[in-house]
Design a protein around this ligand. Structure first.
Ligand SMILES: O=c1ccn([C@@H]2O[C@H](COP(=O)(O)OP(=O)(O)O[C@H]3O[C@H](CO)[C@@H](O)[C@H](O)[C@H]3O)[C@@H](O)[C@H]2O)c(=O)[nH]1
Length: 479
């Protein structure tokens, strides 16, 4: 008979989850917390407050914490200011926030005496604390197994190459278990060796091998080749151990904090025909230039399709404001004159944020133009909605390669005009029409629906992901 948490002492000793502060990293870690809580484990989520925009708002966290009283949230002292870091990438700042928070984490863990610590990729420095306090530490990988294959292999790629990915141009990067991809498609923050983000990634990737295991927010059948190659140790650098891999997903947001704007979106969708609307939404921090916003508008208008479009204010020209929360967009100034009036019968433009998971799950939505953040990908799969891949930052260009070439669940936006620095309206119109109203788009929808069924199978009681998590929890209860 299975030991209960109380019998093993786990009732007193929490499982501590340590997400990095970005919205895209918090949502799935919180879902993991709920699943562990439902299996009788006491769960504490440690929250870090950085001095830059992460898309995760205080109302979001307050809503989650109110809806899940069984999970306790422990806030580390807010990081007010960071040492100067030489970087173009927010990821380098995230590593820094976690580094300066490590003494506070140590203090908390020493008092909480957790049974298990589960950390986000960006929090790998917490493994030092876990080792010192003898707490078994696992990773929760918030992207997919194909990206994990690349991450595990990065230290080996780093040893072999002397040039930055940026300077390797279109040279294909070979990683076991995933399709070759041009060096320019490697993840944005590791493009340049002299950026602080690069060092953080190479170290974090090697740290994956110091853990007791890596829980991955995917399901095996979605990324079978990568999962098997990673598990067989073919991606791990020579001399390092391969951590056990646990595919426990897809874990997507189980509740939305709607607000007034959210209710407006869903009410508008209620009035649209089935599978007729394309959603355009670009993650928790994705932003386009004013010129690109005008091209998207012109493309949507030319496509003649129904649309729901989340528009954010363009990035500021002031580098000091690069990582700040954007103001509300001024739609009259940003959109072409008369656009809103001309498209009012078939389009809804929403400022800054929509309840994406609920929108995707709505029967009126039939296509999704996405930045390829992994939560967005999984939310689309769980809703059976085919994707147009338009990556912007982080590991999204890799996700586009995998979605298009390996999983075959998306069509990629092409035709980037490097002189003008944008994707022209004609390409936006062509891809929107293709996904919503072509034989190819219909086939993609069928494939996505098949993936949705596999995902739901993996999650049901006794399904592969559910059983994997159950087995892991049993192991934890026995330790
Ligand atoms: O208007 C919006 C915008 C976003 N979301 C939600 O916010 C989350 C966004 O997550 P994701 O799609 O993963 O994008 P990012 O916020 O950009 O996530 C970061 O973290 C992910 C997981 O590691 C990575 O895959 C991404 O590339 C990285 O940028 C999802 O749950 C969305 O439903 C909304 O609800 N409404």
């Amino acid at each position: 008979m299975e030991a209960t948490a109380a019998e093993t002492g786990l009732a007193q000793r929490p499982v501590v989850l340590y997400p990095s502060p970005g919205m895209g990293h918090l949502v799935s870690m919180i879902e993991l917390g709920k699943l562990l809580g439902a299996r009788g484990l006491p769960v504490t989520i440690v929250v870090v407050e950085p001095p830059f925009n992460t898309g995760a708002t205080a109302p979001f966290l307050a809503g989650v914490s109110a809806a899940n009283p069984s999970i306790s949230f422990h806030r580390l002292p807010k990081v007010e200011r960071l040492p100067l870091v030489s970087t173009k990438h927010q990821e380098a700042l995230t590593f820094e926030v976690i580094r300066v928070s490590n003494p506070h984490l140590r203090e908390f863990l020493a008092a909480a005496t957790p049974a298990v610590l589960v950390v986000d990729f960006f929090c790998s420095i917490a493994l030092d604390v876990a080792e010192e306090l003898r707490v078994p530490a696992y990773f929760f990988f918030t992207s997919g197994a194909e990206v994990l294959a690349f991450f595990l292999h990065l230290p080996a790629l780093h040893e072999r190459a002397t040039a930055s990915f940026q300077d390797m141009g279109e040279e294909p990067v070979q990683v076991p278990g995933i399709p070759p991809f041009p060096a320019t498609h490697a993840i944005l923050p590791v493009m340049e060796r002299d950026d602080a983000a690069y060092d953080g990634f190479v170290k974090g990737c090697a740290d994956l091998c110091r853990s007791q295991g890596v829980l991955v927010n995917t399901f095996r059948l979605l990324e079978q080749r990568a999962v098997e190659t990673v598990a067989a140790g073919h991606c791990t650098p020579p001399g390092l151990p391969t951590p056990p891999i646990y595919c426990i997903g897809p874990l997507i947001k189980s509740e939305e904090v709607l607000g007034k704007g959210g209710e407006e979106c869903l009410a508008w969708l209620d009035a649209q025909p089935r599978a007729s609307v394309v959603l355009l939404c670009f993650g928790s921090i994705g932003r386009f230039s004013a010129e690109q916003i005008r091209e998207v508008a012109a493309g949507l208008e030319a496509s003649r399709q129904r649309f729901l479009w989340v528009v954010r204010a363009p990035p500021s020209d002031d580098p000091a404001k690069k990582f700040e929360k954007p103001p509300e967009p001024d739609l009259d100034a940003l959109l072409p004159e008369g656009f809103l009036a001309r498209t009012k019968d078939r389009g809804l433009v929403v400022k800054s944020w929509a309840p994406q998971r609920d929108v995707l799950a709505h029967a009126s939505v039939g296509g999704f133009v996405t930045h390829c953040g992994w939560n967005s990908v999984l939310e689309a799969i769980m809703a059976g909605v085919p994707m147009v891949a338009w990556p912007l930052y982080a590991e999204q260009r890799l996700n586009r390669v995998f979605l298009e070439k390996e999983m075959q669940l998306a069509v990629a936006v092409a035709g980037y005009d490097s002189d003008k620095g944008l994707v022209p309206a004609e390409e936006v119109a062509a891809k929107v029409r293709w996904i919503m109203d072509s034989e190819g788009g219909r086939m993609l929808r069928e494939r996505t629906l098949a993936a949705m069924r596999q995902a739901k199978d993996a999650l049901r009681e006794g399904g592969e992901s559910e059983a994997t998590l159950a087995g892991l929890v049993d192991d934890w209860k026995r330790t």
